[in-house]
Design a protein around this ligand. Structure first.
Ligand SMILES: [Zn+2]
Ligand SMILES: [Zn+2]
Length: 218
């Protein structure tokens, strides 16, 4: 029963991942480096030192790496058959995975927000491994995004992949755009949740999930 297979409607899956194929030519890279050098210099950076001479180029490359979730992930889609009997009680037990570490860029400031994701689902015909859930979280984290949308995209794509009885996503993150510029000394954590299917209907399932997630954070 544990034969791996590919998701069978690849077209819908591709649409759900909302991919942008990116290509930056060497010419563009040089142009962008020029822009970044101007911006860094205006901020006060001395671009003539050993340490900073290549910073504009490194910055552009780091931004492209940090946002390569737009490129998709070919290793994501392997799923497995489960042994759900299709009876009423098949929807009772949840699989909870986490913490899954993630790093994202806030689309308002292009500064990082980072933290941990917990993902749960109640399996029906298919299950998915923890390494694939990690890939799913990072697919949507490595973009310009906001925390709420990231959680919704993870939930919706998992829902589409597995057609489970329910999906839950809990994200907790530090947002550098508020922390670096803010005046507060403590570092607040932003928490978001996203519920699909049985989780949306059943407060007990949500409570069980959140208790497990918070225990995992200790
Ligand atoms: Zn921001
Ligand atoms: Zn079922």
């Amino acid at each position: 029963m544990s034969l791996a297979r590919e998701f069978d409607d690849d077209r819908i899956f591709q649409a759900s991942m909302d991919l942008r194929r990116r290509h930056v030519s060497e010419d563009q890279l040089r142009t962008f480096e020029g822009y970044m050098a101007e911006i860094f210099a205006a901020c006060g950076m001395d671009l003539t030192t050993q340490g900073t001479r290549d910073t504009p180029r490194r910055f552009i490359r780091a931004m492209l790496d940090a946002t390569d979730g737009y490129e998709g992930d070919p290793k994501l889609v392997t799923i497995f058959d489960s042994e759900c009997p299709g009876e009423p009680d098949c929807s009772l037990s949840q699989v909870i995975e986490g913490p899954i570490q993630f790093f994202a860029l806030c689309e308002h400031h292009s500064l990082p927000f980072y933290g941990r994701a917990y993902v749960a689902y109640i399996a029906h015909d298919q299950i998915i491994g923890i390494s694939k859930l990690t890939r799913l979280v990072r697919l949507f984290a490595k973009r310009f995004t906001v925390q709420e949308r990231m959680g919704q995209q993870i939930a919706d794509t998992l829902d589409l992949l597995l057609r489970p009885h329910g999906v839950a996503v809990y994200l907790e993150a530090h947002h550098l755009c508020t922390q670096m510029r803010g005046v507060r000394e403590t570092s607040p954590i932003t928490r978001t949740t996203c519920w699909r299917g049985r989780f949306a209907e059943d407060a007990n399932l949500r409570a069980e999930f959140l208790t497990m997630a918070q225990r995992g954070g200790e």
